[in-house]
Design a protein around this ligand. Sequence first.
Ligand SMILES: [Zn+2]
Length: 399
Amino acid sequence: MVKIDFYGGVDEIGGNKILLSSNSTSIFLDFGMSFKKANDYFSEFLQPRKGNGIMDFVEMGLLPNINGIYRDDYLRHSGLNSTENRSVDGVLLSHAHMDHSAYIHHLRHDIPLFMTKDSQLILKVLEDTSAVSFGETLEYKKTFHLIEKKSLDGFKRLSGNDAKLERVVNIVEPYKNFEIGNFTIRSAPVDHSLPGASAFIIENNDETIVYTGDLRFHGRKPEITNKFVKEAKKSNPNIMISEGTRIDNPSTETEEDIEINAKNLISDFKGLVIVNFPVRDLDRLLTFYKVAKDTDRTLVVNLKQAYMLKLFSGRGYPELDDVEVYIPKRGWGLIGDNSFVCFDGQWLYSSDIDPSHKSYDYKKWEKEFIECGNAVNYIDIRENLKNTFSDVISLNLRN
Ligand SMILES: [Zn+2]
């Protein structure tokens, strides 16, 4: 018999933390954040305190109180003992949206993660480009640990590479069996609003369980979701666990409809078009890349999107060279060669300032884009608008 415990994801959007346990093996299906519960207690400027280890999360019911699954450093700091062995044998990650992945941060590093290559890349983008305090998912830095000083008496904080702990990440391939304990599992790619989403077909001697994760039929790749439906049926499941946020919403607008509508809207327009959509939705980025091409325009992406396109090179999305990258003005405001700026008390053209000063304003992962041939800034946009009617269309497509 397989026992199924739902520690999130029931009567709410996302927050999936579903534990499957047979007599010898336990696996989590996702380990995500419940936005609803988190928003009951926290908001943008009021977040769980890192100094309290996992206790703020457990006290508020955001994390389940289970032995043998949490990071040793957080437990020690909360005055709790960690067990020697892990009590869960793995986490199957359906996709890298926060409501499915965010609380992996709190898990011990020796619980193996199973995910698609694209999900791993998205998590890497998040880890490298976001400054959130609970963002470590693929590796983490052991905190709250002291080590003896080498030369002097006393202790210092463990830091740098000594503190790094990499998680065990197993990349799953489409429809290839892998095993966790007595479960045999296959990943089934599905279409969703970010790359790498997967359903799972999970079997042991007693049950066949299908876990759909988040999926859609109206995106760019409905055929992969349809293939999953066929394969799921063939596996003759006796349990299916499914997402159903918009199950009663008969909307049939497809990604192609969005492409056609956007093209119609802007093809006769001469000015600047600004589009807002979720930053990690690469299918939507592809849509607007095509729209831009067909309307004789250039797609300009932001720095996070540029970093993502770099990591996803060769995986079916536009290459970095196919777009332009917008470099925003930061700190000292030295961007744009012919801008006149006050630098160290003197008014100068920024082209006369040592270029290394520009790069100080940017984070490590951003620096490589500043000097790339396809970088653009506010001056380029302004010059470009001079040739048009200076009008702007703004499209907001948050979903
Ligand atoms: Zn999702």
